[in-house]
Design a protein around this ligand. Structure first.
Ligand code: 9MR
Length: 373
C-alpha cells in the first residue's frame, strides 16, 4: 500500500472521531448561546485524577475556582496574600483556552476577621474598612488584570426577603459598601466585567431588590455587567415561573444574567438556599439514596435538568454563561450541605466521571436552539 493511501485511511478513521469529540461537548453545543463552565477544585487543577482534568478541559469553555480565590484564602491577613493556588487555576484556564471568572471579592463569609476588627478588638471605622476593601480589591483584581474576564464583586448581600444582609460590611458602611466595591474593581481593571452574585435570586422580593441595586449602581455611574444567579436548586424549587419572572426583571434592569453555581440536589431538603452557616442533623431518612437512585427519581431529576437548561437556552439573549458547581457528584459541596455526610447526585458527571444520560439530551437540545445574541 502506498504511503499516501495509508495516511488517507488513517485520516478517514481518526478525523471523524476528533470532530465528534469536539462537537459532542456541552461547550461546543452551547457555543454562540452562552459559555458553559464548571467550578474547579485544586485536586483537579493539580491533575491528581487525570480523567477529571481532561473532562474539565474538554467539556467546558469556562472555569471558576470553587474556593481558592475567596477572601480568607487569598488574603488571610492584612499584609499577606496567598497567590499560589489561584495562580494555578488561572494558568490552567489559559492552557485550556477557557474563560476564567474570579470568585469572589467581597463576601461576608470566608473572610479574615482583620478586615473588620482592629488590634483592640473594636470594629474598625468606616474609613478603615473602605481602605481595607480598596487594598484588597486593587491587589487581587490588579494581580489578574487582563487574565480574569470578570469578577463576582459582591456575593450574597441580600436576605431572601429583599432586605440587606446585616453583615459587618453593612453594619460599618451601610449599603454603600456595594458601590465602593464596584468602583474599586473597575479602577483596578477597567476592562474586567463586574458581577453581583447571590443565591435564591428567583425569590420575588430578592429579585426585586437585586434589580433595584442594579439600577442604583448604574445611576451612580458604576459598571455592572451581569447578575449571577447561583442556581442551587432542589427538585421542585424554584419554579420555572419564578425563574422566568426574575430573568425578565433583570433583563429590564439592563444587565446580563449568569448562572454561576448550578446544581440540583436530588435529596430531600430541610432548607432551601445556600447560606453555609445553616446546618441540620443527619438522619438516614434524609439520606435515601446511599446505594443507588431509583429510576423513577432519576427520571424526575433528568426532566428537571432539561427544564432548567431549556429556560437558560430560551433566554440566551441575556444569559451569557452557565456554570455547574462541581464536576462530578463525588466532589459536590451538597454531600455535606445542609446536612453533613449524605450522598447527593446533583451535577452532570457521576462518581466514575461518566456523563449522565441527560448530558446527551442537553447537547441535542442546545444544538437545536438558535443563538439570539
Ligand atoms: O462549594 C464551596 C465549598 O467547598 C466551601 O466549603 C464553601 C465555603 O467557602 O463554599 C462553597 O461554595 C459556595 C460559593 O462560594 C458561594 N455560594 C454558595 C456556594 C455553596 O456553599
Amino acid at each position: 500500500m502506498k504511503i499516501k493511501t495509508i495516511f488517507a485511511i488513517i485520516a478517514i478513521i481518526i478525523l471523524p472521531n476528533i470532530l465528534t469529540m469536539a462537537q459532542n461537548s456541552l461547550a461546543e453545543a452551547t457555543k454562540g448561546k452562552f459559555l458553559f463552565g464548571v467550578a474547579v477544585n485544586m485536586q483537579q487543577v493539580n491533575g491528581v485524577n487525570a480523567k477529571e482534568s481532561e473532562l474539565i478541559a474538554n467539556e467546558f469553555n469556562s472555569i471558576v475556582a470553587e474556593n481558592c480565590m475567596k477572601p480568607q484564602l487569598i488574603h488571610p491577613q492584612e499584609n499577606k496574600y496567598k497567590w499560589a493556588d489561584a495562580d494555578k487555576v488561572v494558568a490552567f484556564g489559559e492552557k485550556n483556552k477557557q474563560v476564567v471568572t474570579g470568585h469572589c471579592l467581597i463576601w461576608h463569609s470566608q473572610i479574615g476577621k482583620w478586615f473588620f476588627v482592629d488590634d483592640n478588638g473594636k470594629d474598625v471605622t468606616p474609613e478603615a474598612l473602605k481602605e481595607h476593601m480598596r487594598q484588597h480589591i486593587y491587589a487581587i483584581v490588579g494581580h489578574y488584570k487582563g487574565r480574569v474576564k470578570g469578577w463576582d464583586v459582591v456575593n450574597e448581600a441580600f436576605e431572601d426577603n429583599g432586605t440587606y444582609r446585616n453583615s459587618k460590611f453593612y453594619q460599618i458602611l451601610g449599603k454603600d459598601f456595594i458601590k465602593y466595591a464596584f468602583q474599586f474593581a473597575h479602577e483596578a481593571d477597567p476592562n474586567a466585567e463586574l458581577y453581583y452574585n447571590d443565591y435564591n435570586v428567583e425569590t420575588p422580593a430578592k429579585c426585586e431588590a437585586i434589580a433595584g441595586l442594579v439600577k442604583e449602581l448604574k445611576a451612580a455611574g458604576c459598571r455592572i455587567d451581569a447578575v449571577g444567579s447561583q442556581a442551587h436548586m432542589q427538585m421542585d424549587s424554584p419554579t420555572p415561573d419564578a425563574i422566568e419572572n426574575c430573568f425578565k426583571k433583570l433583563k429590564a434592569a439592563g444587565v446580563k444574567i449568569l448562572i454561576t453555581e448550578w446544581d440540583i440536589s436530588i435529596l430531600p431538603s430541610p432548607y432551601s438556599g445556600a447560606n453555609i452557616s445553616n446546618n441540620f442533623a443527619y438522619s438516614r431518612e434524609m439520606d435515601p439514596y446511599r446505594e443507588a437512585v431509583p429510576d423513577s427519581i432519576q427520571q424526575k431529576w433528568n426532566i428537571r435538568v432539561l427544564d432548567m437548561f431549556g429556560l437558560f437556552l430560551k433566554y440566551n439573549d441575556v444569559v451569557d454563561r452557565v456554570t455547574v458547581w462541581g464536576l462530578n457528584d463525588a466532589s459536590s459541596w451538597l454531600n455535606n450541605f445542609p446536612i453533613l455526610g449524605r450522598k447527593d447526585y446533583p451535577v452532570l458527571f457521576d462518581r466514575n466521571n461518566q456523563p449522565k444520560s441527560v448530558v446527551d439530551e442537553m447537547i441535542k437540545m442546545a444544538k437545536n436552539y438558535k443563538s439570539q445574541k
